[in-house]
Design a protein around this ligand. Structure first.
Ligand code: ADP
Ligand code: ZN
Ligand code: ZN
Length: 675
């Protein structure tokens, strides 16, 4: 017998399958999923068996030295999944295989295996009969939930590999729908995976799932230790738990009889992994759904444009939960035109209106949240008189200011222009390079309201004080009445006394040079607005903006997703962005600028020739961050209707174009982060 082995090192040169012979003494242990020690060149290396062969085409094979794992780390099915991942995302096979292996497999393997054994022993006191499935009581479904449940069960019964969009605002009862479907499947001995964005995996949510599913659930997220995750992974693999609640990577959990995948808030950028394999959990979920005939539910109030488009076309089914369970209306949203503030001589961060509302909220002894978008730390150019921002005439994304050369550049194409000193639209000289921080807001609030008790939440304060949950808890207990924060405050925070939410600078989000910036702005504003008036006290939302007529802001202020979608989808079609065209981003980087540029040019030429007219190939251009940690970067962007063909062309270019030493190439298929 022979084994197909991949080596555990990540390197282009050894991204292949090697054949080894299996000595008789190892014939039982050398199975698919085994970790093995093998000779490779002059050294010994760790590898994994991904297949078994009766015969080998290789003339002289070496023996496997030793099997170093006690049990298979993955199945044949996982190997197929890893292969699909590598093909789809053009990543090394071993990187993809890592994603489907128990967490921490590799360097820390020995310790994690030991940890598992100990725990296993301690679990043997509580023997349980397989039959009994003890779970918590469901709530009586509302008529809307009933309709959604019926639609989902219909697909489950038919074993249709269907994707269902569960479209409903926060508090409309989506989670209860997930819980009831999962409970029914559990009774039938079937498994489920529920994915949520990192930030939504709050203790309250975990508690809710645990209350319902007791021991049948495993939680998986990146804040757990490798040991903890490894332990849960093995419980899942053994079928001891049939339900997984986790973040992105949990999509690979080896759930037995997987019949349902739920992705909550599927539009969140954290579902895309930024390291190899650069997968999107939704794309993997759709693949798994097709492979296993499982149902995929995407739940959101603000679905990604791609998802809503598919639902509109009938490719996805759609279930709607139109109102909050408690029938509480969404808070009214006021837009403040910041251009008028400048005209009135107010150069501060807070508008007169927002200050007035803060004052009233504080005098009523209620609480408020001031929100600032962190990703808006970008330097972009905007006129404070008229709100004009400089956009690329070809790509309709805002241009990024590169301070070194004092130029504006498009990070999607080669367009560049001088940074204007006078606003091209209104001729005022109030054109500025933007960026406001939470500290600045804190300072202004403290000066205006000396008696306000303020808590600031951002990466710095979270580092100092522990998790943001600790900070939220303090706020909830009333230890402060003003919370100032970034993205972290958009979710999971449910405080009865919060009656005012102020979005300090709504514009920062859509000036990010990314074609999804309007979408992100809309989603963000909707999320933030949902923090106000969640209980008995009525809430209010103020959005400060220099672009009050921008469609993302207009529609967000009316809580009108579909209005926003209708405008956005037209734009996407006109400019040729997803869902109409697919993107592949090829990033070339190296310490020597000339060399990096040369390789980028060579790759571009090759790719252009291969794709012909089926793809637009743009670049190479310096991206928004043209130099990171001493490395010069060049970007090639493929816009295509034929993702397979474009992907093949890129893969071939990686094989055939002569590489230059010290220059790296990184490929991102269907990128989310365009910076
Ligand atoms: P979403 O996931 O859309 O935010 P949830 O499922 O969390 O909505 O429901 C919002 C609130 O309403 C929760 O407190 C939940 O316990 C409650 N709830 C959900 N469904 C029902 C129901 N059928 N009957 C009573 N309360 C419900
Ligand atoms: Zn451009
Ligand atoms: Zn202007």
């Amino acid at each position: 017998m022979y084994a197909e082995v991949v080596l555990s090192r990540v390197s282009k040169d050894i991204d292949k399958i090697y054949h080894y012979s299996i000595p008789h003494k190892l014939k039982d242990k050398a199975q698919i999923g085994a970790q093995v020690l093998v000779h490779f060149g002059a050294r010994k290396d760790i590898g994994y068996i991904i297949g078994l062969l009766e015969k080998s085409t290789v003339k002289k094979t070496k023996d496997i030295i030793e099997v170093t794992s006690d049990f298979p780390l993955f199945t044949k099915e996982s190997v197929n999944l890893a292969r699909w991942l590598s093909d789809y995302y053009l990543s090394f096979f071993i990187s993809s295989l890592r994603a489907v292996m128990p967490p921490g497999t590799g360097a820390k393997e020995k310790t994690s295996l030991k940890g598992k054994k100990k725990k296993k022993k301690s679990r043997v006191p509580s023997p349980k009969s397989k039959e009994e499935v003890e779970i918590g009581e469901p709530l009586q479904a509302t008529p809307e939930q009933r309709k959604a449940l019926d639609l989902i069960f219909e697909s489950l019964k038919k074993k249709e590999a269907k994707t269902i969009l569960l479209y409903g605002i926060t508090g409309s009862g989506k989670t209860e729908v997930y819980l009831q479907v999962i409970a029914e499947l559990l009774k039938q001995g079937k498994g489920s995976i529920v994915l949520v964005p990192e930030i939504s995996l709050t203790p309250q949510l975990v508690e809710r799932f645990r209350d319902r599913f007791k021991d049948h659930i495993s939680i998986l997220h990146s804040h757990m230790t490798v040991k903890q995750r490894n332990f849960e992974w093995l419980r899942i693999a053994k079928g001891e738990s049939q339900i997984v609640l986790g973040t992105r990577g949990a999509i690979f959990a080896p759930v037995k009889n997987l019949s349902l995948i739920v992705i909550d808030e599927e539009y969140e950028i954290t579902f895309k992994q930024e390291q190899n394999p650069k997968y999107h959990a939704r794309v993997v979920a759709e693949h798994l759904s097709k492979e296993k005939g499982a149902v995929l539910i995407l739940g959101s109030a603000t679905p990604s444009i791609e998802t809503f488009y598919k639902a509109e076309k009938g490719e996805y089914k759609k279930a709607i939960l139109p109102k909050r369970i408690d029938d509480r209306p969404l808070p009214p949203v006021d837009i403040v035109d910041m251009r008028q503030e400048i005209k009135a001589g107010n150069r501060g961060v807070l508008s007169r209106k927002l200050k007035e509302e803060i004052k009233e909220t504080l005098s009523r002894r209620e609480q408020l949240i001031l929100f600032l978008n962190r990703r808006g730390y970008f330097t972009f150019v905007m006129c404070r008189e008229c709100g004009y921002t400089v956009e690329c005439p070809r790509c309709s994304v805002s241009l990024v200011y590169h301070s070194k050369e004092r130029k504006l550049r498009c990070n999607h194409c080669s367009f560049s222009s001088e940074a204007p000193i006078i606003c091209p639209k209104c001729q005022s000289s109030s054109i500025r390079y933007f960026g406001t921080g939470t500290q600045r807001i804190e300072q202004e609030v403290a000066e205006t309201f000396p008696r306000a008790k303020i808590i600031r939440v951002d990466r710095d304060t979270v580092k100092k004080r522990g998790s943001h949950e600790v900070i939220f808890a303090a706020f909830k207990e009333g230890k402060a009445n003003v919370l100032i924060g970034t993205q972290m405050v958009t979710k999971g925070l449910d405080v009865a006394k919060v009656t005012l939410v102020g979005v300090v600078a709504a514009d920062t989000a859509f000036n990010i040079p990314d074609f999804r910036s309007s979408e992100h702005t809309f989603q963000l504003l909707t999320q933030v607005a949902g923090r106000a008036g969640r209980h008995n006290l009525p809430g209010k939302v103020i959005i400060q903006t220099y672009n009050p007529d921008h469609y993302a802001i207009r529609h967000a202020s009316k809580h009108d997703y579909e209005g926003f979608y209708n405008e956005e989808i037209k734009l996407r079609e006109d400019v040729g962005y997803p869902p109409f065209k697919k993107l592949i981003n090829v990033l070339v980087s190296g310490e020597e600028e000339k060399k990096a540029q040369k390789l980028a040019n060579d790759l571009l030429k090759f790719i252009e020739k291969r794709t012909g007219s089926s793809s637009g190939v743009l670049g190479p251009v310096p991206p928004a961050f043209p130099k990171i940690r001493g490395n010069y970067r060049f970007q090639i962007l493929l816009k295509t209707e034929d993702l397979n063909k474009a992907r093949k062309a890129v893969a071939e270019s990686l094989e055939k174009v002569v590489r230059l030493q010290g220059v790296r190439v990184s490929v991102d298929v269907e990128p989310v982060n365009m910076l």
